[in-house]
Design a binder for this molecule. Structure first.
Ligand code: GAP
Length: 460
């Protein structure tokens, strides 16, 4: 049942222009996906909802948009150069490379029905494989020209801590948020957009006084689960929390709670909420003291910034603790699609595929459909109405006349459009139109002049 749903979602995404395999015409590039016309709207709406909740609806948050390419020292002192590794094993027989802790998810290259090791293949011992992508910066390739593509957006926030603090005059506690691309050379990218090599993250680094961190951590866990449920529409029973055991914690974490979602592939991480302590700010600040380098070299090669906060109550500098909610945008999109995908059986026995998306997330909010495409006055009114809703309602609307009305409804249901509006002969007489609700399929008649408001009130 679950696997079936994933296949159905993947097929819908391709058919209706949500998500395509990356570089498809050249056979693809593993672990990459492209968002199509409807996918980009859905993804943008998810990011907008996150930004609204975490920035606009709070008084203690600032946003940034930092570079993907960073000085390699960032990754040295963040600990990623040494510890951002997965255990890699090779099969000497089929030459496959697999993640040692995910063998159950991998297929032998020669016998795809078997897992690595279940065949006659000879596996090597696991070795550490660093997942950061390397690239060259500048026209001359040398040992010094390399840089990493960031594997998390968080470091862009940490290295700008003092800049933001000075520019905004913030007092603790406050947070810095960012949405952006991250890159990981995953050994086994898998399961559509669930584990990919290029993805987006929505991250907050929330800076607090040491001692208050544990309470703030718990508050974020509750707030973010509530957001996924109330604002994004995931069912509470499809979410559970996973307390990451000490032995599995990332190198920077004192405690991490993963928000797990019941994807078609099973329970998997949607968002990680970590207590990163003073690890990152402390590490970026501390190394300048311990290296004992000259000021010039320090300036050029190493962070000379003390990433501290001056506490006016104690008249001392302190290194804030950090609570970090970090969610994957692509996993968010997959969770939303999983939750929204329905196949309803209609009274006549037909199957109706419908994406029951929260209206705020729906790529298209309104479809205006003429009941008679051969009647110029109906067509003219429908097109005018579509433009009015788009302009005055500031929402994505479409006009479609390319099929019979039943088929047009199905098309819009399948992509989650919450409202279909039909224009008919009565509309020409009294200026009213019918509005059909995607989920109940019930229709009501309203004055066309009220349409933009009617929809706006319901899509938030
Ligand atoms: N800054 C903390 C951090 O990056 P993480 O648990 O490694 O923590 C956070 O990643 C979130 O990013 C995950 O919960 C997941 O949603 C998303 N994510 C991580 N790796 C991913 C991948 N290869 N493909 C898609 N999403 C990924």
């Amino acid at each position: 049942m679950a696997a079936e749903t994933m296949e159905q979602i993947v097929s819908l995404c391709k058919r209706r222009g949500f998500i395509f395999a990356g570089s498809e015409i050249y056979g693809g590039l593993q672990g990459t996906f492209d968002y199509g016309p409807l996918g980009v709207e859905l993804k943008n709406n998810l990011k907008k909802a996150w930004w609204k909740h975490n920035i606009y609806e709070r008084d203690d948050m600032e946003g940034v948009d930092t570079s993907i390419l960073m000085n390699p020292f960032v990754w040295k002192y963040s600990g990623h150069e040494d510890t951002f590794v997965d255990p890699l094993i090779d099969c000497k027989t089929c030459k496959g490379r697999f993640r040692a802790d995910k063998l159950g998810d991998s297929d032998c290259l020669l016998h795809p029905k078997l897992r690595p090791g279940q065949c006659e293949g000879q596996l090597t011992e696991p070795r550490a494989f660093n997942m950061m992508f390397k690239t060259g910066v500048g026209p001359v390739e040398s040992a010094d020209s390399f840089a990493y593509l960031r594997p998390e957006t968080a470091q862009g926030i940490f290295v700008n801590f003092s800049n933001v603090l000075t520019a905004t005059n913030r007092k603790l506690p406050f947070g810095i948020a960012q949405v952006g691309k991250s890159f990981r050379n995953e050994i086994t990218p898998r399961n559509f957009i669930f584990r990919v090599r290029e993805f987006e993250q929505m991250e907050i680094e929330y800076f607090v006084k040491p001692g208050t961190d544990e309470q703030v951590h718990d508050e974020f866990i509750k707030d973010h689960v509530d957001w996924w449920v109330d604002q994004i529409g995931l069912s509470r029973e499809n979410i559970k929390l996973y307390e990451v055991p000490t032995g599995e914690l990332a190198h920077y974490s004192k405690r991490t709670v993963d928000v797990m979602y019941k994807f078609p592939i099973g329970w998997e991480e949607l968002e990680g909420i970590a207590n990163r302590t003073d690890f990152d700010l402390g590490s970026h600040s501390r190394q300048q003291d311990t290296l004992g380098l000259s000021a010039k070299v320090k300036k050029n090669e190493h962070s000379t910034e003390k990433l501290t906060y001056f506490d006016h109550q104690t008249n001392k500098h302190l290194v804030p603790y950090v609570i970090e909610p970090s969610a994957g945008v692509d996993r968010g999109v997959l969770a939303v699609l999983t939750e929204a995908y329905h196949e309803d059986t209609l009274e006549n026995g037909e199957i109706r595929v419908v994406l029951k998306l929260k209206p705020t997330l729906a790529p298209i909010k309104v479809a205006v459909l003429p009941l008679k495409k051969n009647e110029p006055r109906i067509v003219e009114m429908a097109k005018r109405l579509k433009n009015d809703v788009q302009r005055t309602g500031e929402m994505r609307s479409v006009y479609d006349e390319t099929a019979a009305i039943g088929k047009l409804y199905r098309r819009q249901d399948e992509v989650g459009t919450p409202f279909c509006v039909t224009v008919d002969f009565q509309s020409l007489e009294d200026g009213t139109v019918t509005v059909r609700d995607r989920d109940t399929m019930q229709q009501i008649r309203i004055p066309s002049a009220d349409l933009a408001n009617y929809v706006r009130e319901r899509v938030g």
